[in-house]
Design a protein around this ligand. Sequence first.
Ligand code: FES
Ligand SMILES: [Fe+2]
Length: 367
Amino acid sequence: MSVRKSELLNMESTITLSSQPVQNRVREIGINPNYWYPVAWSHQLKPCQILPVVVWQQAIAVYRDVNHQLHALENACPHKGVVFDKGEVFETHLVCPYHGWEFNGEGECVKIPYLPPEQKLPCAKARNYPIQEKYGIIWIFPGDPSLAELKTIPDVPEYNESEWLIVEIPAHFQAHFSICNENTMDVFHGFLHRDIQGWFNPILTQLKAKKNTVHAQYQVSYRGWLSKFLNLNKDENQVTTRTVSITYNYPHYHSTLEGVSSLYLMRLPVSLTETRSFSLLFIKLRLPKWVVNLIRGQLSQIIWHFLFKKFLDQDIEMIESEQQTYLANPHRQYVEINPAIIALQRVNIAQYEEFMQQSELISNHKN
Ligand code: FES
Ligand SMILES: [Fe+2]
């Protein structure tokens, strides 16, 4: 049977899929905390409000003071350990709900309401965390604060370009972050989304892995009403083949569908069995620019609820099922055939091990 030249090129540029065992310990690893992690959308926290968040098993009270400044303190009062998020904000201070001790943004106790004024305040300090706000997201640095300035938040150039429509996508998974991350790298699961006309015939054409990053390119075909809506096809029955690029730059993702969309997926690992994500999806629509500008906010909400949430709900079901089966038997053997997933597992394990080794060196040095 003759093979057309274009098909031959595709075949030649395909990366071999071959069976490899999965290292189960990737489901037990922790994070490297020396990166910025997203914890909330900016609009979730108004001035004088407190929000409890968890960044990899660390409970943190985030508050916005009367001057709109953000602060993040360990969510445990140094007096008796009561959670701060049930307290209140007084000007720039956080007031504990139990005895009313006041703490500044550095976490230092600055007032005890019932302590006679002539008496010195005890030395009571809550841990504080570097915090910042960018792209409508609140970010915390849970690791060594002296490294916070050296590390950057992912660059999102589309954020200020008006031709893109931004869709904010929150997600919550009862699963380890490695399972969630593998779902994002795994373009071969278009089968799951077939009823909502996702994508088909994926081919892995490029894979580059470094210490902190995995970059994969897939060639993917699209057909149906959704691809027409996204300007991929002129009519529903036409098939269009495009390149999907996915870059995992520990611990977050950037993925693009050639000329159509750009997705920044910011991951928040919460615990061994819980993960959140804060994603910014940028899409270009067929609609006239003035229409998009007029109903930008509503359009984002509609697109999220009626289009992309369906994809996410299907993914959540698979991801949580994977976690449950793993928990029922952590020694069960699994087989993976996508080398991009294996590369991703290596990066996640290496980042955790690197952090553990650094922590060990520091503690040996102190002893
Ligand atoms: S426990 Fe916070 S003031 Fe007493
Ligand atoms: Fe999916």
